[in-house]
Write a protein of this length. Structure first.
Ligand SMILES: CSCCC(=O)C(=O)O
Ligand SMILES: [Fe+2]
Ligand code: NI
Length: 181
């Protein structure tokens, strides 16, 4: 289930807002210019589907999204216990970072948490199958799918280099472990 938990960034473990309602989550994130939507009218491909199959299933939606955002490429990231170099991959996403483009992700299978750090607040967004999230350029955040990850997500990129992060050097992610069910 999608979720949002909000904290003051000085008070880990003391949520000041929490919801599992997609509309309430979207409303709460809107002032940050974070886009959060549920796309439920597409039947997801099977978990083991190839990257090309996943892209083909979502093609019309992807074309619209890429048109709206000006993104030039899309790919599929799949992370589970069999993923090569899982520890390194997990660590790469787990430290607070920013991007110079919007981070647009659609959850095809499984779940993961985008944790955003804005104006003294921490927003732990638990994303699940059917969720679209767009984290605006420059918002510090990290991503955690836990120690037994199970996630397949569509990613779209504006830069031709693909995924590039600037780490903030803040170790806040250590103080705010995502609420992984
Ligand atoms: C589910 S996509 C992996 C996370 C990611 O791209 C990021 O944190 O920048
Ligand atoms: Fe990111
Ligand atoms: Ni919950």
């Amino acid at each position: 289930m999608s979720s949002l938990t909000v904290y003051d960034d000085t008070r880990p473990g003391q949520p000041e807002f929490s919801s599992h309602d997609a509309d309430a989550i979207a409303d709460r994130l809107k002032p940050l210019n974070v886009r959060f939507e549920r796309w439920t009218d597409v039947e997801p491909p099977v978990r083991a589907a190839s990257q090309d199959t996943v892209l083909a299933v979502y093609r019309p939606y992807l074309d619209r999204l890429m048109g709206e955002t000006g993104a030039g490429s899309a790919d599929v990231i799949s992370i589970d216990l069999n993923t090569p170099n899982l520890t390194a991959l997990r660590e790469k996403f787990l430290s607070e970072h920013i991007h110079s483009e919007d981070e647009v992700r659609f959850f095809v299978h499984g779940q993961g948490h985008f944790v955003l750090h804005v104006d003294g607040k921490v927003y732990d967004v638990g994303c699940t199958q059917g969720d679209l999230i767009s984290v605006p350029t420059g918002i510090p955040h990290w991503f955690d799918a836990g120690e037994t990850p199970d996630v397949v997500a569509l990613r779209i990129f504006t830069h031709k280099e693909g995924w590039v992060a600037d780490y903030t050097g803040d170790d806040i992610a250590l103080r705010f472990p995502a609420e992984i069910a």
